[in-house]
Design a binder for this molecule. Structure first.
Ligand SMILES: Cc1cc2nc3c(=O)[nH]c(=O)nc-3n(C[C@H](O)[C@H](O)[C@H](O)COP(=O)(O)O)c2cc1C
Length: 214
């Protein structure tokens, strides 16, 4: 009887099994996208709080995000690598977070430019940030966005409605006057805290309504 040799590169049942070791060794990250809307300090606060919470973070910053970080925070995007397990270039369209086969725990786009909102609503994925967000939509994973524009144009409102209907959490960057913020810093912490709330990450960024005096 001839000796049967298994040809190379053939899928076997064994090779199709989920890779258990990967799930144990690599905790799926939260994906954070920073795009070019005003709100760089909110992105910084979110990343600081995620580091405090000790969660893995895959970070991608768009060109617009880079410009805003420089203008509003006086930093280069590379300075954010200290908060991230991995910092990807927005052009790195083949990065792990571009594929639905790599698990993640959810994604936040903070801040989220009108340009990026439009791309998400239309399914355009020409950058890693928009591709990663698209993956979260198609895989039905949590996606939180913080748009900021004023006044809100009708087109943006339409796109936000589309995204909200798809399950995206749209957090507008509005201050919570009812919580009596004492400073812009308080407002920034509140907005960052809302992002973490919706990703299910514990934090001490703000106190809720009547939380201080039960
Ligand atoms: C300092 C600064 C502030 C900006 N603020 C906003 C904003 O609040 N909302 C917005 O939608 N775009 C804003 N933009 C414009 C976007 O950055 C621009 O449309 C960019 O192309 C977005 O690209 P992205 O979606 O790839 O990040 C701002 C740009 C700069 C430089």
């Amino acid at each position: 009887m001839p000796h049967r040799v298994r040809p190379k590169n053939v899928l076997t049942l064994e090779s199709l099994k989920p890779h258990k070791a990967r799930a144990v060794a690599e905790d799926p990250p939260y994906v954070v996208g920073v795009s070019g809307s005003s709100g760089g300090p909110i992105a910084l606060r979110v990343l600081e709080a995620m580091r405090t919470a000790g969660v893995p973070v895959a970070l991608v910053v768009s060109d617009g995000g880079r410009a805003v970080l420089k203008e509003e925070c006086g930093i280069e995007a590379e300075a954010l690598s200290r908060y991230a397990t991995a910092l990807y270039a927005d052009s790195d369209i083949g990065a792990a977070i571009a594929s639905g086969s790599r698990p993640t725990r959810g994604m936040a786009i903070v801040p989220c430019s009108s340009n990026t909102v439009a791309k998400l609503a239309l399914g355009l994925t020409d950058t890693l940030l928009t591709r990663a967000a698209h993956v979260h939509l198609k895989e039905r994973r949590r996606l939180v966005i913080v748009p900021r524009e004023s006044p809100l144009p009708t087109l943006l409102l339409r796109h936000l409605t589309t995204l909200s209907e798809l399950g995206v959490v749209v957090l507008d960057a509005a201050p919570p006057y009812y919580l009596h913020p004492q400073s812009v810093d308080d407002q920034t912490s509140y907005l960052a805290g809302k992002v973490l709330d919706h990703l299910g990450i514990p934090h001490h960024l703000y106190r809720g309504w009547k939380e201080a005096a039960p």
